[in-house]
Design a protein around this ligand. Structure first.
Ligand SMILES: [Mg+2]
Length: 215
């Protein structure tokens, strides 16, 4: 199982690209706009409606600019997403080796499916489970069980790969599953649990999991 945002795709870079366009278009005279937007977004964990209101208030947006902003946030920056070409290659190799790959992601169905489609990652995985579609979010064990059912397999022997300690690694830990944490330049800070392995990139994480056990 593998996370989508900031694991399979570089959501942080896509948000920054969008923030730079927003800055140039609406608030070119504000030198701190991009840094403020990136901070306020909190890697996507700030609820979108609340983020839209704080952006509107911070920059004094017109109703028209506000409605464009809401639309952009709803679409999840999917137009700006890029995928490291090594990632589909690693997924192909894993599946050729007999692994079944399920994306497990917290978020809105339309938004997350749009990301999968635009990046063509939908063609590189067997299935996906989106929290809004199943009514449970990572780290709830039930979302991982949904993924196994959707893939027509068992959780036994599964790996979870992701960048979030709280959502991905704690989720795996609670089910006694093995996990690879995608570090993104950060140190591990949790004491109560830890990933089985740590990787610098998504590609490396997939390769580590595949190399550590047979499918
Ligand atoms: Mg993530």
């Amino acid at each position: 199982m593998i996370d989508l945002d900031n694991t399979l795709v570089d959501r942080a870079a896509a948000f920054r690209t969008w923030a730079e366009l927003f800055h140039r278009r609406y608030v070119p005279a504000d030198p701190s706009a991009v840094a403020w937007l990136v901070h306020a977004d909190a890697d996507g964990y700030e609820p979108r409606d609340r983020l839209a209101l704080s952006v509107r208030d911070r920059f004094g947006l017109s109703p028209r600019a506000y409605s464009e902003l809401v639309n952009d946030l709803r679409q999840g920056m999917a137009d700006h997403l890029e995928v490291d070409p090594q990632v589909p290659a690693a997924l192909k190799a894993a599946r050729t080796g007999g692994w079944t790959v399920a994306v497990v992601t917290n978020g809105d169905v339309e938004q997350q499916e749009r990301k999968l489609r635009l990046t063509k990652l939908d063609e590189e995985v067997d299935t996906w489970v989106i929290s809004a579609a199943v009514g449970v979010k990572k780290p709830d064990p039930e979302i991982f069980r949904h993924a196994a059912r959707s893939a027509g397999t068992e959780l036994d022997g599964a790996w979870m790969i992701g960048d979030s300690a709280h959502a991905d690694i704690a989720g795996a830990y609670n089910l006694s599953l093995r996990s690879v944490w995608v570090r993104r330049g950060r140190p591990w800070q949790e004491e109560a649990f830890a990933p089985t392995m740590t990787a610098d990139t998504c590609q490396q994480a997939i390769e580590l999991a595949v190399a550590s056990s047979p499918a």
